[in-house]
Design a binder for this molecule. Structure first.
Ligand SMILES: NC(=O)c1ccc[n+]([C@@H]2O[C@H](COP(=O)([O-])OP(=O)(O)OC[C@H]3O[C@@H](n4cnc5c(N)ncnc54)[C@H](OP(=O)(O)O)[C@@H]3O)[C@@H](O)[C@H]2O)c1
Length: 285
């Protein structure tokens, strides 16, 4: 179980409370990216780990590939060797550490010069600045290239009962002895007790292949079988995933979700059947 740090509050004390609670509950993997709040997310984590002397207890994953500047909102995709080799130094500085446990390419397209990117990650690994690398992607053709041409250890994908598209890739990924990190287990709050409020706040037009009405109907039915968060975690535990990366923007969300996770082994109900079978339709070759 990892803590997705993308939605941590901007105020340090609030963010630190969440990180502290996560550690107290046994979480030892923090997931971030240079892009999150343009480096400020990494800074929050770095400050926290230093203050609490926790660096060696926590697996830190960060991501690279987006060139941004502080003056405007422009973000430019840049998977070049030069960008990766210089960005890692910035991430290490902000995180207050001299190595990353995991460094991931934050997306990627089939048109990229992928061999150059792979060479940059191999260089960082050889030089000891990163322990492992991987790719965060939902493009089957890109994932396939990295599986066959690099030494990636992980693929990160949005993976949950609603976005169950990764089911079509799990076998191929496992065949390369590569691990899956499932991000978004509660689908931004939809797979929680608060799904009605989350639909109103974030998914007025539905999501993926679900209209708003279908979403409400499906989640209401599934929630009658078992608490949605329990089902969401049980679903992922039945998939070949190495870690479930769950996000929270408040201590209450984190503790509520973790309390549900604790219950997973006590119940056997599975609500996967209520959800549509989705497939990736683009970027297949
Ligand atoms: N391309 C990539 O590499 C990529 C993309 C996305 C995420 N990630 C990583 O994966 C992590 C998890 O992604 P995610 O944030 O999409 O995952 P998630 O765990 O499905 O969603 C977390 C969000 O769901 C809402 N939520 C959680 N528990 C709730 C509850 N009990 N009641 C109501 N709402 C609740 C909160 O939204 P509010 O804050 O709005 O309340 C929270 O910020 C991120 O933090 C990041 O580290 C990576």
């Amino acid at each position: 179980m990892g803590l997705g740090c993308m939605n941590l509050p901007h105020r340090y004390n609030d963010a630190a409370l969440i990180m502290n609670t996560a550690i107290d509950q046994g979480i030892n993997y923090f997931d971030t990216a240079d892009l999150y709040d343009k480096g400020k997310n990494e800074e929050l984590i770095g400050k926290f780990l230093k203050e609490h002397n926790k660096r060696s207890d926590i697996i830190i994953a960060s991501k690279v590939g987006n060139a941004f500047n502080y003056e405007d909102d422009d973000v430019k995709w840049d998977p070049s060797r030069a960008h990766i080799l210089s960005s890692v130094k910035e991430s290490l500085r902000r995180l207050g550490t001299d190595y990353l446990d995991l460094y991931m390419l934050h997306g990627g397209m089939i048109e990229d010069n992928k061999d150059e990117t792979i060479d940059a990650f191999n260089t960082l690994k050889r030089d000891g600045l990163i322990r492992t690398y991987g790719i965060s992607s939902i493009r089957p053709n890109v994932i396939d290239y990295y599986l066959n041409h690099s030494d990636i250890d992980v693929v990160m994908m949005q993976f949950n009962m609603i976005d169950n598209r990764p089911e079509m890739l799990t076998e191929a990924i496992a065949a390369h002895d590569v691990k899956i990190l499932a991000r978004g287990p509660v689908m931004k709050g939809l797979l929680t007790d608060n799904y009605a409020e989350v639909i109103d706040r974030k998914f007025k037009d539905g999501v993926m292949d679900y209209s708003r009405e279908e979403l409400t109907e499906t989640l209401t039915k599934a929630a009658q079988d078992a608490p949605l968060t329990e089902s969401a975690i049980r679903y992922l535990l039945n998939q070949p995933v190495a870690s479930i990366v769950s996000g929270a923007s408040s201590v209450d969300q984190l503790t509520t979700n973790l309390a549900h996770y604790e219950q997973v082994s006590n119940s056997k109900t599975t609500t996967r059947d209520h959800f549509k079978d989705l497939d990736y339709k683009d970027h297949l070759s």
